[in-house]
Design a protein around this ligand. Structure first.
Ligand SMILES: Nc1ncnc2c1ncn2[C@@H]1O[C@H](COP(=O)(O)OP(=O)(O)OP(=O)(O)O)[C@@H](O)[C@H]1O
Ligand SMILES: [Mg+2]
Length: 328
């Protein structure tokens, strides 16, 4: 079969990213313009500022992605674009750019669910990885256990009933004064701490999660004891959320009887979580985790997911709209 080149576009939150990926697995270019320094001043992403910056950046990011890939625009087989979930104004920038490109090049437009993209980051990291597997999807906006039956066939087994796990990391970090984005800062702090503070774990039936209780408990504890050791608090928070995750992952393994566990999303960059997941590897179970630079938002993962949509005939037309609360 002839090689297939997909141009991926991602603009769902505060990263403007464009990438070219060959056959769904090999990165030819992966350009990311992050707005983190701009939003840090506000302690979180400001949607309108994000949209305006995407508009400023998208053309240059796309040009650089094509240059880096050393490929002619016309060699692209399809344009894959995140159309949800995310901030509507941010999504519309990448999607409109993708539509224009698809029209001008006369190449198919392929809409990609951002969550499907996070999962596909693993196909780039592990060229041999194939479904079926259990995906532990944990990002800034989502936390869910997904039965990935095939490249484009997903069954959500459980999800958070309130905060996403990344949201809990970010809120705790903000309240204890670590700044934005909080996940990497808590990760670093916790490395020097002991998980010696008892925190209440919320029990939810079945395979769903809840992270708002633990977040509030940490915040209340910090208000009550402002001099509490932050390194120990971060380590204890990480341990408590990881225990809650693990309990459900073990249940899900029994339920769907899988041998592959695949992590995805920004929080899968967390060093404590990665270490704990390594521990559940046994003869019968193998754990996969995305390359660190592919855990958070990027367009290579969108191009990879787009490749599987494309070869399975899942193609869109120019009426495709942004869907801010798109589900898998
Ligand atoms: N080392 C880390 N430890 C814990 N959390 C981390 C780490 N690195 C990044 N994160 C968290 O990952 C999240 C960002 O990940 P991601 O880019 O996947 O989320 P998003 O795109 O905002 O949300 P979604 O993908 O659900 O739309 C943030 O909440 C950030 O704090
Ligand atoms: Mg994301």
């Amino acid at each position: 079969m002839e090689d297939v080149y997909i141009l991926g576009i991602e603009s769902s939150c505060d990263e403007t990213a464009v990438s070219v990926v060959k056959n769904g697995r090999i990165i030819l270019s992966n350009v990311i313009n992050t707005q983190i320094p701009i939003h840090t001043v506000y302690g979180g992403v400001v949607p309108e500022i994000a949209s305006r910056n995407h508009i400023d950046n998208i053309s240059d990011v796309a040009k650089k992605a094509i240059e880096d890939a050393n490929i002619d625009f016309n060699r692209i087989n399809a344009v894959a674009c995140t159309y949800g979930p995310g901030l509507v104004g941010a999504l519309l920038v990448g999607l409109s750019y993708g539509k224009a490109l698809s029209y001008a090049l006369n190449k198919p437009l392929v809409g990609v669910n951002h969550i499907q993209g996070h999962i596909a980051a693993n196909y780039i990291t592990y060229p041999e990885l194939k479904p079926p597997f259990l995906c532990v999807m944990m990002s800034g906006g989502n936390t869910q256990l997904v039965n990935v039956k095939d490249y484009t066939d997903f069954e959500v087994l459980g999800r958070t009933k309130d905060d996403a796990i990344g949201e809990a990391f970010d809120k705790v970090a903000r309240v204890i004064g670590l700044g934005y984005p909080g996940g990497p800062k808590i990760d670093k702090m916790a490395l020097n701490g002991q998980a010696n503070i008892e925190l209440p774990k919320t029990h939810v039936d079945g395979l769903d999660f809840s992270f708002s209780g633990i977040k509030t408990a940490v915040i209340n504890l910090h208000h009550k004891e402002p001099d509490i050791n932050k390194e120990n608090l971060c380590a204890s928070f990480e341990k408590a959320v990881t225990d809650m995750l693990m309990e459900k992952v073990k249940l899900a393994i029994q339920k769907i009887n899988v041998s592959k566990i695949v992590l995805a999303g920004g929080v899968s960059a967390n060093s404590y979580i990665r270490k704990e997941f390594e521990k559940i590897e046994t003869n019968g179970i193998k754990v996969y985790m995305p390359d660190l630079k592919l855990c958070t938002d990027n367009a290579a993962m969108i191009a990879s997911a787009g490749y599987y949509n494309f070869i399975n005939g899942k193609i869109d037309d120019l009426t495709l709209n942004a869907v801010p609360n798109l589900k898998l």
